[in-house]
Design a protein around this ligand. Sequence first.
Ligand SMILES: [Fe+2]
Length: 309
Amino acid sequence: MKLQVQPLENVGAEVLGFDLNAPLDTSTANTLEALWREHAILLFRNQDITPERQIEFSRIFGSLELHPLKVKTSAEYPELFVLENGGEMDRHQSASYHGETIVGRLDWHMDLHYTARPNRGALLRAVVVADEGGQTGFGDLAKAYDALDEDTKALLSNIEVAYRFNVQRLQMRFVDNDGYQPGPHSPKKPSDLGFPDFDDSIYPAVVEHPVTGRKVLEIVEQFLDRIVDPSRAGLDDSAADALLRRLVAHTRQAEFHYFHSWQPGDMILWDNWRAMHCTTGTKPGVHRLINRTTIAGDVALGRQVARAA
Ligand SMILES: [Fe+2]
């Protein structure tokens, strides 16, 4: 298979000349793995494949994880996580943004970040797409780190950040809640979504990627809570908060982002140890279906600590 690689807007790359239904030799598989390490976000278009083929393909990149939230996995294929809008679950995922009801919007995050052991990566394949909206954004936090000034890099080398799992967006400290109102069925507590309670997770502010060694700015706005013991870095609480706000603003810059508008058959593989992602959501009643497979994380990037009262 002769692959061509074309950079996406700002970050990530599109792989052209690839057909997942053709036999995949070892050298092509190795090339894809190397491209994934290099670019963190890979797009493949027009992949008309079965769930079995998606599962088989995903195994090239590591062993697959069964999502810990069993409520969302497919009964037929336990490795497949079906993301679907347009049904009963929309009730919990609807909220108002500047007066407009939007279903399934999610802030920038890394998957399973709240466990201190994020999955290595994941692969999404669009089956049914929304006519408008429903984009997925990806943000490259290795490039975000590289773009920091040297003083900030030096300061961050001595800092740990804590994340606090929360299902109420209004309680998340660093997301943009301007114009946001929860919907009538927005979750109040983790068990409303079938989630357990999670301890806080603590990460170095800069994580060295376990595979590539690249430095990754470990600042993702969803669940971001505080700097741990800021006095160690010579900061008081308000300076610590100001630093986190500055870093979040830094990660929100478009130069680190790629937003994908899905077509049926589009497939995106991303490195969840390096790239954050978000979803823009859709208007109510829009049917959208994405099949997802998850590549397991075999090391912890952070640690968990019991929540302070
Ligand atoms: Fe996610």
